[in-house]
Design a protein around this ligand. Sequence first.
Ligand SMILES: Nc1ncnc2c1ncn2[C@@H]1O[C@H](COP(=O)(O)OP(=O)(O)O)[C@@H](O)[C@H]1O
Ligand SMILES: [Mg+2]
Length: 577
Amino acid sequence: MNRKLLRSVREYKRQTILTPVLVALEVLMEVIIPLLMANIIDVGIEQGDMGYIIRLGLLLVVLAMAALVFGAKAGQLAAIASAGYAKNLRHDIFYKVQDFSFGNIDHFSTSGLVTRLTTDITNVQMAYMFSIRLLARAPIMIILSLIMTMTISVPIALLLLVTIPVLGGVLIYIAKKAHPHFIQVFDEYDVLNNTVQENVNAARVVKAYVREEHEKEKFGKISTIVFDLFTKAEKIVAWNSPIMQFTVYAVVLIMVLIGGKSIIGGTMLTGELTSVIVYAIQILSSLMMVTFVFVQIMIAEASTDRISEVLDEVPEMEDAADAVADVPNGDIDFEHVNFSYSGEGGNLSLKDVNLHIKSGQIVGIIGGTGSAKSTLVQLIPRLYDVTEGSVKVGGIDVRKYNLKALRDQVSVVLQKNVLFTGSIYENVRWGDENASDEEVQRVCKLAQADGFIQEFPAKYETMIVEGGNNVSGGQKQRLCIARALLKKPKILILDDSTSAVDTKTDALIRQAFREEIPDTTKIIIAQRVSSVEDADVIIVMENGEINGIGTSEELLKTNKIYREVYESQVKGDADNE
Ligand SMILES: Nc1ncnc2c1ncn2[C@@H]1O[C@H](COP(=O)(O)OP(=O)(O)O)[C@@H](O)[C@H]1O
Ligand SMILES: [Mg+2]
């Protein structure tokens, strides 16, 4: 198993080491028991010595009980060790993912991460448990039983010595044959999880578009693939049991032949024959267990690889030791910024962007979808790093800041914003967990959210469910703005955050910003010209480049795109009245 993953065993090392020790003791008992049986038959019964039979019988019971206790304790410890190991692994992956930048998250799909945290961990846990329990058991059992057999009958021991590698080889061959199918199954699991997750997340959209039949079909298809692959793999593995049975019967038969001859010749006793038969069965079933564990380990191998990928992913952004902890003001400068989502050499989403925004300004950004408006603003709180050039906040390169300090001062309402399950209070307090009720209410008033909150029966204690499905789009947007405001940021970025809010409320929000947070730099991305018209500067984006920059008045004279959008919207509004 992967060395690096084993680091997560941590405080469960004791259980991990104790398990095989107890297993060894259990095996020792199990090896002595057939020996006692042989003596009961060969000495006690043969000589009709009842006292001897009872004495050995009692000893046998004690040993059997001891075996039971050791076995049970080993099972418990193995369960604790493996479940604890799984817990630690899950913890490590989860914490690692928290350190991921947006770029890191882009490398893995969401369902990929979920599968890693669930199915893959379970696979590793199972393999780990079987490994510490059975991998110790089999070799000890085989060696001790072989030695015991050797003391009773050398020919039978030789027979077993030949059988072990042959049967072991066959069983491993079967496991190897089935392995690729199992690997495929787990790849398909990813697809299956993805399908289910997408469907469940978007259940409302699926219903609105009456795509249930299509979704069922999609699910049915992938579900069938998983079924087929599993059947294929299990069909191969199913050979294990009959081959095993056949071998056991064949070996026992040969042993009876050899043993019978020896008994008749007087070199072996009946009890001894029964005990070697028990040893043979113990040896062969141990072999079976080993191959079973091999299959588990092989299955887990794919999972460990996938888990390692996450643990080995280098978080793109880590604070330098001398990171700047204070953002002096809300100035923003872009200097020759190029940016590509796929890193250096990739397709440029932003091309040679130069921009200078003074603290406290209101900046409007307008442009078609895909013109890189969101990409542009995501560089300011360092959700992504520039590919070339630099982005400065308060005159300092954003890469020099302590990430938390920067993000506390640069508050973004993302285009794809979400609320979390919890009350309105709890949701808004994401902005500042120590904020008083009054402060929360103040920012909600600023974001024009107080009005509708007061209309809810539970007011600020109203529970938000499922990422905000029980409030309207416009209400959700205003709650997200309130949450961002609570940080008292030096820079506030709204990425299309009032698209579902009516024009009048939109204007009230901007008015509140102007009056209540005059020193905060406000960047407003919008589709509506009316949302940016009164901004100090308006940036027109086109294909990842700045197409024009200036006040609304200036742009109307100089910028074709702005003029066209302005005319179509203002004219459209006039027509509607
Ligand atoms: N996470 C991402 N990974 C790769 N490409 C992306 C990602 N997000 C956006 N893009 C691409 O970057 C370009 C600009 O997108 P975006 O900034 O979202 O535009 P806008 O916000 O103006 O609609 C688009 O071509 C889009 O496909
Ligand atoms: Mg966008």
